[in-house]
Write a protein that binds this ligand. Structure first.
Ligand SMILES: [Zn+2]
Length: 266
């Protein structure tokens, strides 16, 4: 398996510079300690917000230099797997698994590869349609109903009657797509396919105000949520495809960069 993968990489068209190096590179001390910490978080069943041992305790436990330990912790912090509270009484705590961090890493790869916004948006529409179809196929009808319940009613305004701030709006929009992904029944697919939307949302938030789209989007969500709750996979897929097709058209007209331009790492 490994040998085949290596051959594929080495013989691949434009990947001569990749190949064996990325697969067989020995780990640095900081990476080894980062893996050990992750192993301890998992085996200890530590949830987001749980305290990790102090630096002194970790130095003792993992037997690495202070520099390597800090570099290892920093590696995990970049991916949001831990947060480090600075100052007295501070220390590392376990972070939440959030596909936004994975999205940030993959956006770096797309940027370095010269991939375009068009390619990102195409991937996004396909991914969300796939997730919607899988969510509607989730065999637990009660779970589908519960998870989709908040979205099958139109919410015109936030609770105090004021229009949503941009941040609230984006959060609510992302909340729907996250709920759909959570029903897809495969955490690998959910985490990886959600990243496209995370990157798109990040760029739309930076480049334009997507609230102009809100009425359309909320009505779309309502229809998609109903089709998932009632277990209609093809309809869910089709509606999601149309929904994001509309967003892509909006992006084509309103984003300040042409969609054929390369993705910027923001
Ligand atoms: Zn949406």
């Amino acid at each position: 398996m490994t040998a085949n993968m290596r051959n594929t990489e080495v013989n691949g068209d434009s990947s001569g510079a990749r190949g064996e190096v990325s697969l067989l590179r020995p780990l640095k001390a900081a990476e080894v300690v980062a893996r050990a910490i992750v192993g301890d978080i998992r085996s200890g069943g530590l949830a987001a917000g749980a305290n990790l041992p102090s630096e002194a305790a970790m130095l003792d436990k993992y037997g690495v230099s202070r520099e390597s330990l800090r570099e290892g912790l920093r590696l995990l912090e970049v991916h949001g797997m831990i947060t480090i509270r600075r100052g007295p009484g501070g220390g590392p705590i376990v972070g939440a698994v959030d596909s936004a961090h994975l999205g940030r890493v993959s956006a770096l790869f797309y940027t370095m590869e010269g991939a375009t916004y068009d390619e990102l948006l195409e991937a996004w529409v396909w991914a969300e349609a796939e997730l919607a179809e899988r969510a509607a196929r989730n065999p637990d009808a009660d779970l589908r109903a519960v998870r989709m319940e908040p979205f099958v009613h139109a919410h015109d305004e936030s609770e105090d009657g004021a229009p949503d701030a941009l941040g609230d709006y984006l959060e609510r929009h992302a909340g729907f797509h996250h709920a759909v992904a959570g029903l897809a029944g495969n955490r690998v697919l959910a985490l990886s396919l959600e990243t496209y939307g995370q990157i798109v949302a990040h760029h739309v938030a930076v480049l334009d105000d997507p609230r102009a789209l809100r009425d359309v989007l909320i009505d779309d969500h309502l229809q998609i949520a109903s089709s998932i709750a009632s277990g209609h996979p093809r309809r869910a897929r089709e509606l999601m495809w149309q929904h994001l097709g509309g967003v892509v058209e909006y992006c084509r007209e309103h984003l300040s960069v042409p969609l054929e331009s390369p993705i910027e790492w923001l």
